[in-house]
Design a protein around this ligand. Structure first.
Ligand code: ZN
Length: 492
């Protein structure tokens, strides 16, 4: 009798499925996923199709599963999630490099307010394009752009268009002043900044939000300029708008040491305590700085699961203080990292921000072990995306948005690489980024942002900046070598 035939499945290894087509394969990299397991593949690959990551893992396994239309050899490079710049002011790009040497309030009064007052829409849009290109080149895929000059709806929407044209995602947080407060009077904010009352500010923001809703790639958020001198009705109205439209809201919060005290003097309560007491503090709040919180405020921010943008370079530049990083993270707050724009430190470089976070915290605590490079990389990527309300970004895993960065690790200032995370945080710089992808679209590659004439943009920005310096009376700030006796501003 012939032997019965064995079922086919038992006699042969199952055929591996045929490789599937995909758009892009980043092949053979140090892949730092920042996923739930915090997996790092020293020889890994990432497959992208459409706007999503479709596969991540050891290179041989991923390679066998995909037939890419484009393959990039990433040996000697790292692939990681794109950065979120959780607090920037792109319109301040024309002010890069002037105005240093004063604490926050004199800096605002002598320099930033006059700059904001003299900026026209063309200046602002050019500055935003310049800043957005800088961000794309630095591996920043999401920005929260706190925009407060000029804030007419046409300019605000044009700013959002410009950020989207460069290819980034995120939010333009429309800065609002509203009705003047006693604190604003005491601080000498110029009348020229107060174009709209509280009700009008909220209505204009609502109009902008209606055009760019919660599903837009660049959304509009309501953003009272500063909690410490902002109108309380304006803040409450901003929170209501955010809830109504399903987005976050944003504000500067307790950046300077005197901010909470001036609020306490005017209102009999500290600013974040007031937010919590009024039921305004929840996961939609994104607070920039939060340097000077007391223990009750820190606990309230954490209990609410609110977001905090830590801006260590700006905080050092203006000598504002050191944020209670560990207490805020331990409290449950979503702590992200920001640059605070190019005029408060010179660059929008999240590598610098990560490193400065470590250094500032270690010095403040005299403890080199309290904050690790892994912690700051999480804040710059995974937590930044949560903070910005883009939960599908900030990690490399199948199904996540293809917002990612390729960083060259081959330079003499980075080699040798024993640990990719350490190399990225301590040694790499924005200039080491070789590719930035947002939603699967290349926004920067090998020195260029596709479709952007950077030389022309920089030249035009420089021309507008020169005119602005003359208009605002900032001539002495551009002296090649400033003497100690020269102060900021025309009236200083
Ligand atoms: Zn700021």
């Amino acid at each position: 009798m012939p032997e019965p035939l064995l079922p086919e499945a038992a006699s042969h290894q199952p055929m591996p499925p045929a490789p599937r087509p995909c758009a892009l394969l980043l092949s053979g990299a140090q892949v730092v996923t920042v996923d739930d397991e915090r997996a790092v593949y020293t020889d890994g690959s990432v497959a992208v199709d459409g706007d999503r990551i479709v596969d991540v893992g050891p290179a041989p396994e991923v390679e066998a599963r995909w037939r890419p239309r484009r393959r990039i050899d990433c040996r000697g490079r790292a692939v990681l999630p794109g950065f979120t710049d959780a607090h920037t002011h792109l319109f301040q790009s024309l002010a890069r490099g002037i105005g240093d040497g004063e604490p926050i309030w004199p800096w605002l009064n002598h320099f930033m307010w006059p700059y904001a007052v003299h900026l026209d829409a063309e200046d602002a849009l050019t500055a935003v394009r310049l800043g957005a290109v800088e961000a794309a080149r630095a591996g920043i895929t999401t920005v929260v752009d706190h925009h407060y000059a000029p804030t007419d709806p046409e300019t605000v929407l044009a700013v959002a268009d410009a950020v989207e044209e460069i290819g980034l995602r995120g939010a333009v947080a429309r800065g609002m002043l509203g009705d003047r407060t006693k604190v604003a009077d005491a601080r000498g904010l110029p009348d020229a900044l107060y174009r709209y009352g509280t009700a009008e500010e909220l209505e204009l923001t609502r109009q902008c939000m209606a055009v760019r809703g919660p599903d837009a790639r660049v959304r509009i958020w309501p953003a009272p300029l500063n909690l410490s001198y902002g109108d309380q009705d304006l803040v409450a109205g901003a929170v209501a708008l955010a809830r109504e439209h399903g987005v976050r809201w944003h504000t500067h919060c307790s950046e300077g040491a005197k901010d909470p005290q001036s609020y306490l003097d005017a209102h009999g309560v500290r600013p974040v305590t007031w937010l919590a007491r009024e039921g305004l503090l929840d996961g939609r709040a994104t607070l920039a700085h939060a340097v000077w919180l007391d223990a009750e405020e820190t606990a309230a921010v954490g209990a609410a699961g609110a977001g905090v943008a830590h801006n260590p370079c700006s905080n050092a530049y203006l000598a504002s203080g050191t944020m209670p990083w560990q207490a805020l993270r331990a409290s449950g707050a979503v702590v992200a990292l920001g640059t605070d724009g190019p005029s408060a430190g010179g660059r929008q470089d999240m590598f610098e921000v990560m490193k400065q976070t470590l250094f500032a915290q270690r010095l403040a605590a005299l403890d080199p072990a309290g904050v690790r490079c892994e912690d700051v990389l999480e804040a710059a990527t995974r937590d930044g995306a949560r903070y910005a309300g883009v939960p599908d970004a900030g990690v490399l895993r199948p199904g996540a948005l293809a917002d990612l960065v390729v960083v060259d690790l081959g330079g003499v200032a980075v080699q040798p690489v024993h640990r990719a995370v350490s190399a990225l945080v301590y040694a790499a710089r924005a200039g080491d980024v070789v590719m930035t992808l947002v939603g699967g679209r290349v926004v920067f590659e090998d020195g260029h942002c596709p479709g952007i004439d950077e030389e022309q943009l920089a030249a035009y920005a420089s021309e507008l900046a020169d005119r602005l310096v003359r208009r605002a009376g900032f001539g002495s700030l551009t002296e090649p070598w400033r003497r100690r006796t020269e102060r900021l501003g025309r009236n200083a």
